[in-house]
Design a protein around this ligand. Structure first.
Ligand code: C2G
Length: 125
C-alpha cells in the first residue's frame, strides 16, 4: 500500500486545499495529513480562524483524507515519514525545493497550487 503525506494549516478550507488533497491522494492508496497545531501556527506566524480540533474534524470528513496527525515542529518530517512508512511526500509548489532533503527517505512531489484562492483572500472578503 503506497502511503502519501502532506502538511499544512488548512484553515477556512477551500477548493485550493481540496484540489491539493485530491491529487495527493491519487498518488497512492492512503493519505496522511499532518495538520499544523495552534502552537505551530504561531511558529509559522499564522493565526488560524479555526482551532486545531475544528480543522481536524473538517479534514477527517474529506473523502481523500485517511488520517490526520498533528504537526508540531518543522523538524518532525523525517520521523513522520519513517514512523508512518510514507512513500511519497507532497506539498504545493509554493514550497518547491524547500523539502528536497526528504528525498533520502521518500519520493518528494510538489503539486501546482490552485490560482485565485487563498485563506488570506477569504479573510479579506
Ligand atoms: N494550496 C494550494 N492552493 C491554494 C492554497 C493552498 O495548492 N490556493 C496548498 C498549499 O500549497 C499547501 C496546502 O494547500 O500544500 C495547505 O496550505 P496551507 O494550509 O497554507 O499550508 P502551509 O501553511 O503552507 O503549511 O510544514 C509545512 C507547512 O505546515 C505548510
Amino acid at each position: 500500500m503506497k502511503k502519501v503525506i502532506t502538511y499544512g494549516t488548512f484553515d477556512l478550507l477551500h477548493y485550493g486545499h481540496i484540489n491539493l488533497l485530491k491529487r495527493a491522494s491519487e498518488l497512492g492508496e492512503y493519505l496522511v495529513v499532518a495538520l499544523s497545531t495552534d502552537d505551530f501556527n504561531r511558529l509559522k506566524h499564522k493565526q488560524a480562524h479555526f482551532s486545531y480540533e475544528e480543522r481536524k474534524l473538517i479534514l477527517e470528513a474529506i473523502r481523500y483524507v485517511d488520517e490526520v496527525i498533528p504537526e508540531n515542529t518543522w523538524e518532525q518530517k523525517i520521523e513522520d515519514v519513517r514512523e508512518n512508512n510514507i512513500d511519497i511526500f507532497v506539498m504545493g509548489d509554493d514550497w518547491k525545493g524547500k523539502f528536497d532533503y526528504l528525498s533520502d527517505y521518500c519520493e518528494v512531489v510538489y503539486l501546482s497550487r490552485t490560482e485565485g484562492i487563498s485563506t488570506t483572500k477569504i479573510k479579506k472578503i
